[in-house]
Ligand binder design. Structure first.
Ligand SMILES: Nc1ncnc2c1ncn2[C@@H]1O[C@H](COP(=O)(O)OP(=O)(O)OP(=O)(O)O)[C@@H](O)[C@H]1O
Length: 282
């Protein structure tokens, strides 16, 4: 099957001269149509850079990126992006934010039937995202979770082939995140969009993804690609299942090994050991 997204031999640097940083080294990744892929890894391993490069928001030095078999050389309506900050227009209502989609804005000569179809889609997305009761509200009047629902609905408005999400739930509290996890899986199943989702949270990566791409830092690269062996129907109890916890432990261990980051608990144990060794030596 032809991949929806194909990243091949990608190298990306930031800065020049002595300040030049290799942010991505030899990244190869094929993503199938309709696949939900999550990217995890320690801070600075290049997750956002990879996502932004696929979005066409970053230039790269070497390699190729194809979406639908075409070279990615800038942003396009086939790829919609959702950021951690909700990036809504504060002066527009919920309904107007969702309807203000790039494709429509460029189609000033749209026929009335096209406008009607778009309007029907906006209504469907408003219902799907549970926003009907706040359509006339402004972003500042909404909770973070509600604002992110609006941002996702707006991104879906142009029926993108690919939805690129950069820590979209990073600013939300734990309960709202759980609700958003189930919502995004529901939306994904209905829309059949290809999703690439960046997160720090390994549990979130496993719960949402069909494959988890584990990245490593200095330089940013793919360390492992882990298949998630759970089917399409998932519920919150899955997060407590032994197979889920085992997979989570395995991925966390890889991240720790490749990043050199130790947990506070490990640091504490080490300090306690050193202190008791010093006491014994006295
Ligand atoms: N605009 C920039 N200019 C210079 N260096 C950058 C820039 N953006 C990112 N970097 C560097 O590139 C590397 C990868 O950064 P990136 O933000 O992609 O990592 P990340 O895995 O998304 O990190 P985090 O999880 O902390 O958001 C890091 O070393 C970072 O310091």
């Amino acid at each position: 099957m032809t991949p929806k997204i194909s990243v091949c031999g990608l190298y990306k640097y930031y800065g020049r001269g002595k300040a030049r940083t290799l942010a991505l080294q030899q990244v190869d990744l094929d993503i199938a149509p309709g696949e939900f892929v999550t990217l995890v890894g320690a801070s600075g391993c290049g997750k956002s850079t990879l996502l932004r490069t696929i979005a066409g928001l970053e230039e790269y030095e070497d390699g190729t990126i194809h979406c639908n078999g075409k070279d990615v050389d800038g942003p396009g309506p086939d790829r919609a992006m959702v950021f951690q900050s909700y990036s809504l227009y504060p002066w527009l209502s919920v309904s107007a934010n969702i309807r203000f989609c790039r494709r429509l804005a460029h189609q000033r000569a749209s026929s009335s039937s096209e406008i009607e179809v778009a309007s029907g889609r906006a209504d469907a997305l408003i219902d799907l995202m549970g926003l009907r009761h706040v359509v006339d509200a402004y972003p500042a009047q909404l909770s973070g979770g509600m604002q992110q629902r609006v941002a996702i609905a707006r991104a879906l408005m142009s029926r993108p082939d690919v939805l690129l999400m950069d820590e979209p739930f990073g600013a939300l509290d734990a309960q709202t995140r759980e609700v958003m996890h189930d919502l995004i899986r529901h939306v994904y199943q209905l829309e059949k969009t290809t999703v690439v989702f960046v997160t720090h949270d390994v549990e979130e990566a496993i719960y949402l993804g069909q494959r988890v791409v584990v990245m490593a830092p200095r330089p940013g690269r793919i360390d492992a690609i882990v298949e998630v062996p759970f089917g399409a129907r998932r519920d919150q109890d899955l997060k407590l299942a032994p197979e889920f916890l085992q997979l989570k432990r395995h991925i966390l261990q890889r991240i720790r090994e490749t990043s050199g980051v130790r947990t506070d608990l490990e640091q504490l144990e080490k300090l306690t050991r050193t202190a008791s060794q010093e006491r014994n030596a006295r």
